[in-house]
Design a protein around this ligand. Structure first.
Ligand SMILES: C[S@@+](CC[C@H](N)C(=O)[O-])C[C@H]1O[C@@H](n2cnc3c(N)ncnc32)[C@H](O)[C@@H]1O
Length: 250
């Protein structure tokens, strides 16, 4: 089903994310990459301590609108790192939003990040880590070392409500191309983080209030038409978002 512009704007006017309400919905729609990035970013910042001047890595930033959000709302310095969206493309968006003194676009592969160890005060990653960071040891070897001890790491990834240990239900097989074969449950992600031995968990949930993660996923799918309609219907029951905030151990 296609939604009218009025219906989409109505869905986007969610008071649970008051900072996001300041941003033009057309700008969000134009630069979305499958989910409502600002809602997810704000769900992290409601629980993280971001302060002016802090060095923050936004890994897999896509079109950098979440990075711009962090700079504008918290006056952080944000390194907007992505493998496929070019720095020049993001720089234009950054300048259009007057954030050129705070958001620094960079092409970077999570496999081999071009940053010093312990460089960042904090890191965020929205709707991205599940594509490349699920291998054993990946977080330890490639990601967490760039965040300084005591720094916070906040991520949101699409997830299953429960881990499917014996293969995915048949209804999902036609939709593997959407990355759904890389989804895991919240508890899986918590274990994956802890196995690094480098972090302690501050918060790990699926936006529990009224099963909010599933509601957010469903709304994102409607708003951004990220997937074909049959997928949306099949997905709604057992897909959610997992949110983790961890702190690098001293
Ligand atoms: C679904 S998009 C999400 C983008 C953005 N965070 C958002 O929420 O709008 C996933 C992003 O991860 C990036 N990505 C995929 N593999 C990557 C890798 N190995 N290193 C860095 N970024 C990667 C893609 O280029 C893409 O922009």
């Amino acid at each position: 089903m296609n939604y009218s512009k009025e219906q989409i704007l109505e869905m986007m006017s969610d008071n649970s994310y008051p900072l996001t309400l300041k941003y033009n919905p057309d700008w969000i729609l134009e630069n979305a990459m499958g989910s409502h990035c600002l809602w997810l970013q704000e769900s992290l910042t409601q629980n993280m301590k971001l302060t002016p001047g802090m060095r923050v890595l936004d890994l897999g930033c896509g079109k950098a609108i979440g990075s711009i959000f962090l700079a504008k709302e918290f006056e952080s310095q944000v390194w907007a790192a992505d493998l496929r969206i070019t720095p020049s493309e993001n720089w234009k968006r950054i300048c259009d939003m007057n954030c050129e003194d705070k958001v620094f676009p960079i092409k970077a592969d999570a496999d081999d990040l071009p940053f010093a160890d312990d460089f960042f005060d904090a890191m965020v990653s929205i709707n991205s880590l599940f594509f490349y960071a699920t291998g054993d040891g990946f977080l330890r070897e490639h990601i967490f070392k760039h965040i300084k001890p005591g720094g916070e790491i906040g991520i949101v990834v699409p997830s299953f409500q429960h881990e499917y240990t014996n293969g995915l239900p048949e209804k999902y097989l036609p939709y593997m191309g959407y990355g759904i074969d890389k989804y895991h449950a919240c508890a899986w992600w918590e274990t994956h983080f802890l196995k690094s031995n480098m972090v302690e968990i501050v918060l790990c949930d699926t936006f529990p209030t009224d099963n909010n993660g599933n509601e957010l996923y469903r709304k994102s799918a409607c708003i951004f038409n990220a997937h074909e309609e049959p997928f949306n219907i099949l997905a709604w029951d057992d897909i959610t978002f997992t949110r983790i905030i961890a702190r690098r151990k001293p």
